[in-house]
Design a protein around this ligand. Structure first.
Ligand code: SF4
Length: 274
């Protein structure tokens, strides 16, 4: 089946541009990490910048995975966040998600319908990092997947700004899932360890999680499950929850163990889950 979107600029063309910045965004997921490895190995003469938009509420496995990547390849991944965008002082214990939730959204939890978190915590920090410079944003959509549904059929881009041109090396070079796994294995990184119980990268309380993934969070990180519960609240007789129609307390009591779906088959946020 033909893809619904195509890069306007090919990766080969982008790589010839010596004036623009070349930026690879990490989500902590397998595809974006494999893309970083692929580009480093194949284009060592390019001065790539690596950036991770840190919500402050990512899984510990994600932070450890990025650190391991830095150690193996001897490079620095820039951690950017929403506090920098809005001029909040960065302090230990000050969590970007919590500050934005409280200061900008009056405690209103994000959801698939009102997904303010992706814009505020992923897109804005990325654009802040780029500024007005011309740059190529390398995105790890693979040649063998169909992610158009994740963006309503539009191209998956982190930013729509004119100075940021998105390129898709894995589509241009037809890199598939098997090659992604080989790149990760051969580097010594392997798959992110959370894939054993969760299908995608992103915040530990991401509302796109399925019940089996919430159960995985409870089993693997009970303290994070409890923190996720603390965000849920009752207001004016209405329960605000991460999971539609069920509170995390209810999920914790389920007897049935649900399977963890494959991230490849799910809708979600392409920017957070690459
Ligand atoms: S991972 Fe989920 S909760 Fe976190 S910013 Fe992305 S969509 Fe929002």
């Amino acid at each position: 089946m033909g893809r619904e979107f195509k890069s306007k600029v090919s990766t080969s063309e982008a790589l010839k541009d010596t004036k623009a910045r070349h930026i690879i965004s990490f989500s902590g997921g397998k595809d974006s990490t494999a893309l970083a490895i692929y580009m480093l190995e194949n284009y060592p003469h390019i001065d790539f910048e690596f950036v991770f938009c840190d919500t402050g509420v990512e899984l510990p496995e994600t932070y450890a995975y990025i650190k391991r990547f830095e150690e193996i390849f001897g490079i620095t991944v820039h951690h950017v966040n929403a506090l920098q965008v809005h001029g909040f002082e960065e302090k230990e214990g000050r969590i970007p998600f919590d500050v934005i939730l409280r200061e900008r959204y009056t405690g209103y939890l994000p959801s698939p319908q009102v997904r303010w978190c992706t814009k505020a915590l992923k897109i804005d920090p990325f654009e802040h990092f780029v500024g007005d410079d011309d740059c190529y944003s390398y995105i790890a959509i693979r040649g063998d997947e169909q992610r158009a549904s994740m963006s309503g059929g539009k191209s998956v881009k982190i930013s729509q700004k004119e100075n940021i041109t998105t390129v898709y090396p894995f589509i241009d070079f037809q890199i598939d899932l098997e090659t992604v796994k080989s790149l990760l294995d051969d580097s010594g990184l392997g798959l992110p360890p959370y894939y054993r119980w969760r299908s995608r990268s992103g915040c530990f309380f991401c509302f796109y999680q399925q019940i089996g993934e919430w159960q995985g969070l409870l089993e693997n990180h009970p303290e994070l499950f409890d923190r996720a519960k603390e965000y849920e609240k009752m207001e004016n007789g209405r329960l605000y929850t991460w999971c539609e129609k069920r509170s995390l307390d209810q999920i914790a009591k389920l007897k049935k163990r649900y399977v963890v779906p494959k991230g490849e088959d799910l809708d979600g946020c392409a920017i957070c889950h690459l």
